[in-house]
Ligand binder design. Sequence first.
Ligand code: NAP
Length: 312
Amino acid sequence: MIIPFIPHSKERDASVWLSHLQTYLPDHQICLISELSDAQKVDVEFVVAANPKDFDWSTLPKLKWIHSTWAGVENLISQIDLKQVRVTRLKDPDLAQVMSESVLHWVMHLQHLVVQYAEQQQHQVWQQHTRLSNREYNVAVLGCGELGSHAATALQTLGYKVTGWGNSAKQGLPFNYQYGLKQLEEVVAQANCIVLLLPLTDATRGLINRRFFDGLERSPGIINFARGAIIDEIALKEALVKERISHAVLDVFEKEPLPPSSWMWRHPSVTVLPHISAPTNPLTASKIIASNVSKYLLRTEVPEIVNPNRAY
Ligand code: NAP
């Protein structure tokens, strides 16, 4: 069977995906969607897609299922009708591990006052500051799904005071957990550090706004490894001026690459990262995607899909 792959933009990285997918799906032919004729495209029922930018989905009228190579699918699902086409997003333990490593690194970076000491070195200032120990340091992890739960557990294991926050009740988590919009203020009020690992949806767009920042009591650091549009940028700028937020580590932005004119590049209390906190590993991801594709083809199991009502 032919399994088409739709790359992100250029076909630069596609060869890596084609090669790994082919290794794990040896009985099928993996090819670029652009290699199919128009007649072949008409019969395509499912594809593997890397968050394509400019793909014309109307060329695939029989499409029923998309397996995304990305964990975040807000852009992909904005291009299709989720009632017609099911979408499975990438859930890879390797990705969760890599994200946890990034979260640990940047939480410690803020906790250990690296920004202040780097600034002091610039001016040859020898001044010691008290830092909170792990057990005194409150970390709020907003979004406790595949990535957030892993990161919150890793932080908890190292002795941090972790509170996770999500949309629904959950049992048996190894860290404190609350859910629902009403609880958000309480979850973050005493935080020393806030980690964002929410999906971008209508409900989370602009969730981190002026009202949110005004409820913070300890001038925490904020780490956004989720999606840029979850933070209202103007409110963030104000919150930095008012010292509601001490430092922002931003890996994701509403517009990527971040335009050179953005104030965030030059702000001393902002660290800009180029969307690198948890890159997909095509090798581990291909194995997982291949397993889901095999189940789909055998019709033994429908891989988990994005809920059309929640949009994540
Ligand atoms: P996930 O498994 O779907 O988890 C999402 C979590 O957010 C769930 O705990 C969910 O709550 C919670 N949530 C969703 N909407 C909410 C709302 N309105 N209020 C409160 N909680 C809400 O997603 P994931 O795999 O962990 O990925 C999270 C995001 O990380 C992705 O969507 C993507 O944007 C981002 N990401 C970034 C990178 C990077 O390199 N920067 C890499 C990969 C992913 P429930 O569990 O209660 O439903």
